[in-house]
Structure formats: C-alpha cells, structure tokens
Design a protein around this ligand. Sequence first.
Ligand code: B12
Ligand code: SF4
Length: 511
Amino acid sequence: MRVAIIAVFTDYHRRGAHHRGGLQPQIGPLVAALLPDWCDVEIVNDTWEDPDWSRSYDLVFLSCVHADFDRARQISHYFRRRGARTVLGGGMASNYPHLCRPYFDAVVVGDPEDTVPRIAADARAGRLQPLYRSGGYEADSVPVPAIEGVAHKQIFPLSVEATRGCPYACDFCALTALGTRHEVRPVKNVVRDILAGQATLRQLGVASWKRRLIVFYDNNLAGNLKWFRELCLALKPLDVRWGACLTFNVIANRDLLKLMYDCGCRSVFVGLETFNPVTLKDIDKPQNNIGKMAQAIAQARDEGILVIGGLIVSPLHDDAAYIRALPEHLDRCGLHVPSFVSFETPIPGTPFFTRMAASEQPMFLPHANLYDFSAYTLVLQPQKNPLHEFLGAYRETMRRIYSPVNRLAKLADDLPRLLRRGSWTAAALDVGDMHATRFDPVPGRTFMAGTDALPPEVIPFADDDFDSESHRLDICSPTLVSDGEGRALPHWRSSQQVFNLESPTRRKMAA
Ligand code: B12
Ligand code: SF4
C-alpha cells in the first residue's frame, strides 16, 4: 500500500517560502514508525518542499496546526481526486472533528500510537471508519521514530520526543484546548531512541558533531522535575549536546541549570511572554515571574545555557506605549532579541477563544479567517488603542528589536558570558539564531485579520478536480472564524476536549 504522511505548512510570514529552520514537525517519523511493513511510506515535510503533485497514493495521513487547516483540506481534496483516501490528525482534528470530517475520509482524535496501525489495517481491508479515537497514551507504545527518510534534510537531524502534553494550562495554549495532561516516557526508552537515531545517522554518513546534537521536541521537557533530573543524568554518559523547550521555573533554579549544563544542555526555549503583570495574570501562566526574569536569564548564560525566549503582545491589556517600551524591557532583562513577538491569539478551542467568543461585545476583527490564527496576524480588536495605532507601534517596535545593531548588541552581551563558561555550542547557536532572525514583512502585509496578504501557497488543481463552481468554492474558500461584526461564528463554539483532566500529574499539581 502506498502511503504518504504530509506535515502541512503555510508560511505565516506570507512569503510562501519553504525553509529549513531548526524546528521541524516530527509527526512524519512517528507515524511512519507505527505503520506495518506492508506499507510503502513517504514522509513529506511541506515546510521544506511541496508534495510531489504527480504522485498517487492509496492512503494519505495529514497533520496541521489550526492556521494551516485550509491547505490541509485542499491537499486532501487533491489526492482524493487521484484515488487516495485521506486521514487528518492533530489539534484541529481533535478539537473539531465534526468540522474536519467533510474534507477527509477519516479524522483522528488524540494520539497516533493506537490509531495509526488500526487505520492502516482498515484501509487495506477497505473498511476505513470516519472517526478514530485514541484510547489513551501508553508511554511504552511510542516507537523509535523512523528518521531515516528525513534526517539528512534537518539542520539538527536528531529529534526526540520524551514527554506528551504539559502540566500547566495557559489560557491561550493549543494544548490547553485538548485538555491538560502530562505524560513522561521511561528514561530508558528515550535513551534507546537516541542511540538508535545516532546509529541511523552514522549509516547515513551524517557528520559526527551533528550526531551529538539533540533537539527535544517536547512542549515542556521539565514538566516533571524528578523525572527531568533522571533524564539529565541518563544523558550525561552519552556526551551529547541538547536543547529543549521548558518553563521559567527551571531557569530560575541555578542548581538545576548547573546539572543541565553538566549533562549537555546548551539552549532552552522559554515562553517569557510579557513584561506586563496584568497580561501575565490574564494568560494564567503562574510559573513566570517578571521580577526575576533578568536574574534567571543572566544565571542561565553564566552557566553556559542560551535562553531563547518568545514574547506575546496582548490586544486586551497591552497598549502602544507598552509595545514601544519593549526594546528597553528586553535590554534590561538581558534577552535583547526574542525569537518572536507575536500577537496573543485565541486559537479556536482554547479557553481564551471561548472567553472571546462568549463576550457580549464583538471581540474579533471582522472576517477573520482561520489562516489568520497563526499568531502573526492580529485577530482581536485592540482594547487600549485604535487598531492602527496599536499595529503602528507593533511594526515600529519590531523594526527596532530586529535591527542589525540590536542583534549585534545581543551577541556582544551573550558571547563573552557563554564563552567564559566554555559553552561553544551555545555561542554558535546564538550566532546562527541572530543571523536568521529578522523582521522584513512582505509588501501588502497589514497584520490585520480580514485584510492581511493572502497565504501565497498554491495547489495545482485541474479544472476537472471540481464538479461545479460551488464545489470549488467549498474546497478553496478560506475557513471563516468571525462574521462581519467581529463575532465568532456559532459552529466554533462547539469544540471538544480530549484528555482527562484528572491525570496523575494534574492531581499532584493541584495538591
Ligand atoms: C516544530 C514546531 C513548529 C515548527 C513547524 C510547525 C509546522 N506547522 O510545521 C515552526 C517553527 C514553524 C513552528 C511555528 C509556530 N508554532 Co509551533 N511547534 C512546533 C513543536 C515544537 C513541535 C511539533 C512536533 O513535531 N511535535 C511532535 C509531534 C510528534 O507531535 P504533534 O505534532 O504535537 O502531534 C501530536 C498530536 O497532535 C497528534 N497528531 C498530530 N498530527 C497527527 C496526524 C495524524 C494522522 C495522527 C493520527 C495524529 C496526529 O499526534 C501527536 C502526538 O500526540 C510544537 C510543540 C510540540 N512539542 O508539539 C509547537 C506547536 C505546534 N507550535 C505552536 C505555536 C503556537 C507556534 C507559533 C505560533 C509560535 C510562534 N509564535 O512563532 C508558530 C506559528 C505556527 C502556525 N503556522 O500557526 C503550538 C500550537 C499551534 C497550533 N495552532 O496548534 C505548539 C503546540 C506549541 C505550544 N505548546 O504552544 N512550530
Ligand atoms: S507552559 Fe507552554 S506548553 Fe505548557 S500550557 Fe503553557 S504555553 Fe502551553
């Protein structure tokens, strides 16, 4: 059976640019490893290149974030017309299976480990079901990811997922939309995956320094600190260098930073989010501490670990003056240049979305399309300033933050500290990051939902791919989220959660 796994991508900078950044979707290698031997599998990473439109498949698995849903359903239609059956999984499929259902032969709610093998068997027997629901996460059933088809294309080819979910429940996070859960894999299985990955890379002739670099693809690698310490100690004898996403409480803990460096950690991504206490309270992220940000960043760098941070601006609580003050806040806290400053975005299904949709006052910008919910286009009406003032401050500030001078100033501050600790890997990552990070919006970008430049990616449909003009419009029109007055359309209010809120970690946290 010819199977494709397509991780769908729409460039949120609207350049239509394929790219090879440090982070790449890992669903392809995971699903590939779950498929039986009788499947002839091809992994397509749409971030790197378009699917080969001349191919035909029996079964196509698709994965997308919410903002890429339009492209996912169009790719589905394209391959369905050429004889394939298609299956969508991921956050959008899990939260809104009923909205996805018309565009795919099957929709998966939840994890792939216990659903993908069933889907393959059912597709082969000609009895594919419209809906598959995962029965729950079994850490032992996570296979060694099949990286051989993609590894040579990744900047950091050794990618590992050691946990699922996150014990926190930030108001805007796509994970909170699924229901909070946090699961850890046995540390020995994580080590197994690393060793297997290194062996594969050796066979593929990947350079030895690259075989020592690991990117953990977890939402929060340190959601369970006892387990995290165990993992660090197990990584030490492997003599690897690694980076991960984790939360602020970790970089606020100097002893933990020392252990992490000693066990190979060289960079961490932390959602620092905001310098505005009102916004911090509103997003429900109690693990962040604005007052301790400068100290935490400084001690991480002094211990040899580069902090890469992301910020949001809140259309509800931040005003133009706050946005204009961001460069000063960033200098004071020592981060200087964040990896992004995006708009706090109510991704459909999140508590934030539910709150905005339930408001009596229309909160959304009119005619916001789902593709606008990428965090790089404003979808909410700013509450503190007129729209143009808010967006003007955003543009102006982005230019200042990402100016070459500012990026060089960051390096001038970071590099001596990192190198004093002997952290060459962190220093090199910092230089690479500052080289790649910039703000150069394409002409026509308004950053405003309903008016922003259209995503430029295209699907090469033929005229006979549609039975009628209304059929073409059904497949190709953008998925609208808000009406002309800025209210969420009613069908977006019926999202479903997937995971049991009473997971052991959650119970422990509550206690
Ligand atoms: C790689 C990555 C990226 C890459 C590539 C994204 C892409 N679309 O290709 C880049 C760097 C481009 C990126 C950008 C952004 N990202 Co990102 N990213 C990730 C990251 C770190 C890893 C994804 C991954 O490979 N995970 C491992 C694989 C195995 O799991 P998974 O994809 O989560 O899928 C699980 C389920 O959903 C399900 N599943 C998924 N697909 C399928 C398909 C089938 C068939 C089946 C059966 C099951 C299934 O199975 C998996 C296990 O449960 C995740 C965090 C994370 N750990 O997941 C965030 C994450 C996906 N990103 C997120 C965000 C917010 C962003 C940004 C907005 C950040 C920013 N401000 O710049 C941007 C913009 C994204 C956009 N277009 O809207 C959010 C969710 C966004 C959303 N709408 O759902 C996440 C979850 C992080 C978070 N906790 O907030 N990101
Ligand atoms: S800490 Fe990060 S991954 Fe966890 S719920 Fe908050 S935003 Fe999501």
